[in-house]
Ligand binder design. Structure first.
Ligand code: UD1
Ligand code: CA
Length: 451
């Protein structure tokens, strides 16, 4: 059998009024990625050659996002929001692609997996003219109900148009549908708007296809995957499901999560096998952690790479551009931004290391600050290998410390330090023998004189 070609149409023009937001609904994020980005990702993995996104007229941020994420996708504008069938027809020019499979998905249904998309395509490959992805739920409110007769899908009834009896049905429409390509246009063109909302419902394609004697089937997916997001509360519960999915995947891949419910992932977090993550850790976008590393409790990582066997935290903050080599240590209340740490380098306590490179096996003492910003420009600090920066040092960038350099504690370093040099950047200590006692006597006398 030759592979069937596939066009996917993602509907994302709805106003999302129930979100009460200035942002298009599908731009709200799950795991740090806009919902529509999840759908695009799933479709790429499922092997859809063409992807079309139907957007609203004032959705330039959405359009920009789609083209960044999927440069080969096309966006079409639905100028008036007259329903889901009308939205698909806004992408009419893309139907000229003559795909064997035409899939319709919703931008507000982000957790659908490539495997489930594959099941819908499988039904088409097996001869269905129309395949609808349904799911069972204890709370069907708001969803279209799938009406079946002897296991055959005969119609989809929207909540507002359903009878009391039909509302009792718990088998619901996920919104994801597959059409056998050659049928799609004539089915869509036959859909009218004689319903409670006077909208052109895509779901009416089911009754029309049945009336034409076409082969209509339902495919069952899980409720978690097919949940649609219309409100902020649904956004939050979808996020919770997504987090559970990420936690499960991390553990399946060989990571230990000491308290999985307290670890939060981004859509692209990559943890190798044998990473250990302690309690209350947040992974922002763009984090990679190599095997054998340990992320200790209450750490926050974003745009960072952690080398194998490194230990980060507790209470560490890795910001974008933090790249830690193998066997490094980043301890409590240390912030690292746009800085590399060579193998075995350490900053164990209370430091800010930004726009810097720290050579292998160097030790950054407690309270060290790289002064990288002068209010106008950012400057770099370069610290060689095997160097030692004493506690409470201030490194005023741009500055270079050579290999094996040694900075005395409490220094303010404004000039470069060459290889193996010892640098003091502080005033010399003065000790006056017996003077403390004399001072106390004088101060006491002053106090007694006043009272
Ligand atoms: C829709 C389905 C319902 C299904 C539910 C699943 C229809 C008529 N109803 O209802 O059967 O159970 O999704 O979540 O299809 N959109 C447009 N243009 C429009 C209208 C909608 O692009 O004119 C887009 C929206 O951006 C959204 C999707 O289509 O991504 C679904 O629209 P929405 O209004 O959320 O439909 P539901 O009432 O949830
Ligand atoms: Ca919806």
């Amino acid at each position: 059998m030759t592979a069937r070609s596939c066009l996917s149409i993602i509907l994302a023009a709805g106003l999302g009024t129930r979100m009460k937001s200035g942002l298009p609904k599908v731009m709200h994020e799950i795991g740090g990625l806009p919902m529509v980005g999840h759908v695009l990702k799933a479709l790429k993995t499922a092997g859809s050659e063409r992807i079309t996104v139907v957007i609203g007229p004032e959705a330039s941020a959405l359009e920009t996002f789609v083209y960044e994420q999927a440069p080969n996708a096309r966006c079409y504008v639905q100028h008036e929001r007259l329903g889901t069938a009308h939205a698909v027809l806004a992408a009419r020019p893309s139907l000229e692609f003559d795909a064997d499979d035409v899939l319709v998905l919703f931008g507000d249904t982000p957790l659908v997996t490539p495997e489930t998309v594959g099941k819908v395509r499988q039904a088409l490959a097996e001869g269905a003219d129309l395949a609808v992805l349904g799911f069972e739920t204890g709370n069907p409110f708001g969803y279209g109900r799938l009406l079946t007769e002897n296991g055959r899908l005969v119609a989809i009834r929207e909540e507002k148009d359903a009878s009391e009896e039909e509302r009792g049905i718990t088998f619901c429409n996920s919104g994801i549908m597959g059409f056998n390509g050659p049928n799609v246009l004539s089915l869509l063109d036959a859909i009218g708007n004689g319903n409670a909302k006077s909208e052109f419902y895509l779901t009416d394609a089911v009754e029309i296809a049945n009336a034409r004697g076409l082969n209509v089937v339902s495919v069952t997916g899980s409720q978690t995957e097919t949940q649609g997001i219309n409100t902020r509360a649904q956004l939050a519960s979808c996020e919770a499901d997504f987090q559970d999915r990420m936690r499960r995947a991390a553990m399946d891949n060989g990571c230990t999560l000491l308290a999985p419910q307290t670890v939060f992932f981004s859509h692209d977090t990559k943890l190798d096998a044998d990473v250990i993550v302690e309690q209350n850790v947040v992974f922002g976008p763009g984090v990679k952690v190599a095997g054998g590393a340990r992320i200790r409790a209450f750490s926050h990582l974003e745009g960072a790479v952690v080398g194998s066997r490194s230990v980060v935290g507790p209470y560490a903050r890795l910001r974008p551009g933090a790249v830690l080599g193998t066997d490094t240590r980043i301890g409590n209340f240390v912030e690292v931004k746009n800085a590399t740490f060579g193998a075995g380098a350490k900053a164990n306590h209370l430091s800010y290391i930004g726009d810097a490179s720290v050579g292998s096996k160097s030790n950054i003492g407690a309270g060290t600050i790289t002064c990288n910003y002068d209010g106008f420009l950012k400057h770099r600090t370069e610290i060689g290998a095997g160097s030692f920066v004493g506690s409470n040092s201030t490194l005023v960038a741009p500055i270079k410390l050579g290999n094996g350099a040694f900075v005395a504690a409490g220094s303010v370093i404004t000039d470069d330090v060459s290889h193996d040099a010892l640098a003091f950047g502080r005033s010399r200590q003065v000790v006056k023998e017996g003077k403390a006692k004399a001072l106390r006597t004088r101060l006491k006398a002053e106090k007694d004189g006043k009272s």
